[in-house]
Design a protein around this ligand. Sequence first.
Ligand code: SAM
Ligand code: DTB
Ligand code: SF4
Length: 365
Amino acid sequence: MEAIRHNWTREEVLAVYNRPLIELMYDAATVHRQYHDPREVQVSTLVSIKTGGCSEDCGYCSQAARYKTKIDKNDLMSVEQVKEAAIKAKAAGSSRVCMGAAWRNVKDNEEFDQVLEMVRTVYDLDLEVCCTLGMVTEHQAKRLASAGLYAYNHNLDTSEEHYREIISTRGYSDRLQTLENARKANLTVCSGGIIGMGEKPEDRCAMLVALANLDPHPESVPINALVAVEGTPLEDCPPTPVWDMVRMIATARIVLPATTVRLSAGRTQMTPEGQALCFMAGAGSIFSGDRLLTTPNPDIDSDTQLFAQLGLVPKAAYKDGDRPKVDESYKERQAQSEHVKWSRPGHSIARNVEKSIRNLKTKEV
Ligand code: SAM
Ligand code: DTB
Ligand code: SF4
């Protein structure tokens, strides 16, 4: 049985990543069978509850206000709209709904109160509820947990070193702090990253080391292939080879044996055979539905067909018997602010500045 370790070194993980692919896949498939039922795949649906207009400069993101991208921006959805989307997701076979908001961080205001009602409403439908709302304080995480939230997603995205080339408006240490806050609130933690942003294999492995150093390990690690969105600083990044995706998933599987590794963004660029290799290498979850947050995803019919061809079955909600208990305290706004100061590294990333509309307009004046 592969041991659960929190002391992986970058060299060790890179050596795993660089194993001959056939060996790596075999080793990963072996570990997968020790901790998971290889036929079960957890199916989640994303709902973009607030889309676009974000203050941050994440170089990959279609939702950053400063880049000129073709997305339909939306203010915060109503609880009723989210309920409808969740009912549809459940009927289509999802056991988890993940609500995403284009926010830098959660603020203690009416909009957050509304998100808490969304969490409670989706929980009452017997679905696992996940949120990805940016940085959260411990108190905010606790309110989410009391409303019935099961998981909080906040990605490290890449290595600490490469992160400086992608984002200048929020720090890596704040990301780790958010994960700690989610953990303190007894939420399960979902954190992973993106490959195909010009990083080296060393960066990919350094990100896995950062995740593996967390004790306990995140319950869920999404591996996204960059969706190169027109208008973003990363629009010209070449497509990620499927082999890199398989390698990354297999390495994550070995380093984080009990974690659910998610085959996340980038599936529209992959063949069914490529996706099958990812499942062989230990992927245990996908996002379903023809849209992720703002970008396309394979339609439900093609996923249903793929599951039938591969003999995969969707995993039931709360199969591990860990449905959270809700209590009404989520309704209480914090009397006193926690005075959290999220950092603003504020260094300059030439590629991001160049793509920023605000900056171009300033130049024109
Ligand atoms: N605003 C919140 C935040 O940044 O934490 C939540 C939403 S954000 C869109 C969630 C994650 O989606 C990002 O951290 C990133 O890993 C992933 N993501 C965003 N745009 C992507 C893209 N174009 N390709 C692949 N993954 C992407
Ligand atoms: C994650 O790691 N991937 C999902 C989920 N967590 C929130 C989001 C992928 C977003 C892809 C780009 C888009 O659709 O805007
Ligand atoms: Fe905003 Fe999140 Fe997109 Fe960054 S990834 S620009 S924080 S929505």
